[in-house]
Write a protein that binds this ligand. Sequence first.
Ligand code: C5P
Length: 233
Amino acid sequence: MNRGVIIACDFATKTECFQFLEQFRGLKPFLKIGMELFYNEGPSILEEVKKTGSRIFLDLKLHDIPNTIKKTTKNIAELGVDMLTLHASGGSEMMLAAKEGLETANSSTLLIAVTILTSLSAATIRQELLIHSGLNSVVLHYSQNAKKCKMDGIVCSPFEIQKIKQNCGSDFIVVAPGIRVEDNVNDHARMSTPDFAKHAGSDFIVVGRPITTALDPVAAYNHISNEFGGVKT
Ligand code: C5P
């Protein structure tokens, strides 16, 4: 797995998504399909997007009891996506079950565990979720659990990457969302620039609105890709 920019295709419909992708004809960027599009259009959207030649990161952030997750990942294996997310907070048994489901289907889909959403601030995690260990140690601990459960990598904020790579190894994939090119934070409590994410050691950055709402999305993608470095597919 190389490194690069993943575009979050957070669109409500297939029509909107393909209007957007039309501009990227020939570039074949790595694409993230999330809940919004998947639940509206169903699995067929993946087949259609795959025809463009892009790799697909299916971001469904699975979180359920192990038995259900195992059956679910076995079904998802048939969709032939490159990466799939689940929540590390679902626990070790759930992560192992997810892996087992994929292995049963001989799938090469990479499993990526979400640690703590970048939309959550340290104060929210402490006061609302009653997690008192401190954001950094929770993210590190969840990453170590994910590594033990044979996950291929994790999603976290660029601020947490260095410790994770030191503890989980350089080949443990780190995907970082919450990327902004200017002072436009939207709903991320912990955001950073592509350059920061690169120097922090991120393998992939996930970028949505800075590309999808740009006046020239291809120029925005190229600009962010150049700043982050890596392969543009
Ligand atoms: O538009 P924006 O760049 O903020 O989009 C970020 C994308 O990254 C969204 O699709 C969101 O679902 C995803 N995300 C994630 N994990 C997080 C935070 C955001 O996968 N911790």
